[in-house]
Design a protein around this ligand. Structure first.
Ligand code: AMP
Ligand code: ZN
Length: 115
């Protein structure tokens, strides 16, 4: 657990969140400022600051994050209609929490390219 990391605190149960899924490696919870009818964040329990510091040993974990986002989308009824998954990295992409998280958004039409 990293000191002063918001998502480490959510993973540890020190800050409440609306949990949609958890297991021994991942936690998924609803975004506090949702940008779509479904807006969840899939995070690893392990603190990893950004995609810039991923290593090959994290490949399985990141794969689990992506498959879990797809599973949540399917459970909520959005698999066929579609959903968007996003990792933001550093300032130009708008990363504000430096503990990797996969945004899962669904329930409306998303434009491309993104803003
Ligand atoms: P990013 O800008 O990609 O780093 O995304 C951080 C996300 O975390 C934003 O969408 C925020 O709305 C969300 N967020 C911030 N604080 C909380 C919180 N306490 N619980 C749930 N989501 C949060
Ligand atoms: Zn953290």
């Amino acid at each position: 657990m990293a000191a002063d990391c918001l998502f480490c605190k959510i993973v540890a149960g020190e800050i409440p969140a609306s949990i949609v899924y958890q297991d021994d490696r991942l936690v998924a919870f609803n975004d506090i400022n949702p940008q779509a009818p479904l807006h969840a964040l899939v995070v690893p329990r392990q603190h990893i600051a950004s995609l810039n510091v991923l290593s090959v040993k994290d490949d399985e974990l990141v794969g689990e994050m992506v498959r879990r986002a797809a599973a949540i989308a399917r459970e909520k009824g959005y698999a066929d209609g579609g959903f968007r998954t996003v990792f933001n990295t550093n300032a130009d992409a708008g990363q504000t929490v430096f503990h990797i998280h996969l945004h899962l958004l669904a329930g409306r039409r998303f434009s491309w390219p993104p803003g």
